[in-house]
Design a protein around this ligand. Structure first.
Ligand SMILES: Nc1ncnc2c1ncn2[C@@H]1O[C@H](COP(=O)(O)OP(=O)(O)OP(=O)(O)O)[C@@H](O)[C@H]1O
Length: 339
């Protein structure tokens, strides 16, 4: 578990003070992948650098498995740094070393013996799917392959936390997928807690269990992706789920007794809930907008639906009881939608 408590960090810049982190608090459960997203300048990299112990915060605590890293120095700080593997922003491999040589660097620094090093490097090359590239130099690897080697290097010393700063920023979508698959494997096969700083919501869509949205050095949204997407007004919901209505209005259209926005999470809900509600309550149910997407392995649908029939309200209530998230326009007693 990583716990960040009330972290602040300011920089002096052009004679003024930039407050890069302004009381950031968040938690990442052990073995989860957390996306840290936000606009340029929001404070994402500063947060990552503080957690990686590359930057000292002005105040606040960073606890990894309960130990406050900010309070450490000397030998204890160096030991704590080994617990955190870092994939830096941009191309970070040493050009004059092979893929295997790059992965071995942290092991050499930790004075791991030759035979143990070779075994570990082979395991890591296998984990990132590049066993056939051990002797290849970075210039002969693609951008995605270089990033996968950088992830393997960050995992070499068996850290409990992996921090990746914009790991896919220079990659095309298909290469992005291969790098994200490797981060996902680090979590699922090694149990590493992964923090990914990114401006790309596709990263959150593909691998994040949790997300923190930063704005002007503050966390403005934080939690499990699958919980947040069904919350009305959630920023990540509007970025990750299909649009239901350009104007954002939920006013009843012609001929519908009730119009509502429905978010459905998981296989059972997405496949069966709407048709079953329709037949069970004898209501006509039309999809007026929205669509289906996937968040990680979970299908999630967001539809704007129109219901017609005497038992339209009961049908909606029944869906809510089955964990559908329903938002509907308030309707006055004579059945006309309130403004
Ligand atoms: N070393 C520094 N010196 C001065 N100002 C800094 C320094 N590092 C960051 N800042 C400022 O702190 C704020 C947050 O920067 P940070 O790089 O953390 O944001 P970010 O969300 O990672 O942005 P980007 O997506 O563009 O990398 C910005 O206003 C930035 O200019």
């Amino acid at each position: 578990m990583i716990t960040v408590e009330n972290l602040t960090k300011s920089f002096q810049h052009n004679g003024g003070t930039v407050r890069a982190l302004d009381g950031v608090s968040m938690e990442v459960p052990s073995g989860a992948v957390c996306g840290v997203v936000g606009a340029s300048g929001a404070g994402k990299s500063t947060l990552a650098r503080c957690i990686a112990l590359l930057e000292k915060p002005d105040s606040g605590a960073i606890r990894v498995e309960g130990t406050d890293l900010v309070a450490l120095d000397g030998k204890a700080l160096r030991a704590a740094r080994r617990q955190i593997g870092v994939v830096p922003q941009g191309d970070s491999l040493l050009r004059q070393r092979t893929a295997a040589g790059n992965i071995a660097l942290p092991l050499e620094a930790a004075a791991v013996s030759g035979p143990q090093r070779r075994t570990r490097v082979a395991e890591l090359l296998d984990l990132v799917g590049l066993s056939d590239k051990a002797g290849v130099y970075p210039d002969q690897l693609s951008g995605g392959q270089r990033q996968r080697i950088a992830v393997a290097r960050a995992l070499a010393a068996k850290p409990s936390v992996l921090l990746a700063d914009e790991p896919t920023s220079a990659l095309d979508p298909s290469t992005t997928d291969s790098v994200l698959a490797v981060l996902d494997r680090a979590r699922s096969e090694l149990g590493v807690t992964v923090l990914v700083v990114t401006h790309d919501m596709a990263v959150v869509r593909r691998i994040a269990d949790d997300v923190a949205v930063l704005e002007d050095g503050r966390v403005v949204e934080h939690g499990k992706v699958l919980d947040l997407v069904s919350e009305p007004g959630s920023r990540i919901s509007s970025s990750l789920l299909p649009e239901t209505d350009q104007a954002g209005s939920l006013k009843p259209g012609s001929g519908h007794d009730v119009v509502a926005e429905v978010v459905l999470v998981g296989f059972a809900a997405v496949g069966a809930l709407l048709p079953e509600a329709s037949s069970r309550f004898g209501v006509e149910l039309s999809i007026l907008g929205g669509g289906l997407t996937r968040l990680g392995d979970t299908p999630v649908a967001k539809f704007k639906v129109g219901l017609t029939g005497e038992r339209a309200e009961q049908a909606l209530k029944w869906m809510v009881e089955r964990d559908a998230h329903v938002r509907r326009a308030p309707v006055s007693v004579d059945g006309v939608a309130a403004a």
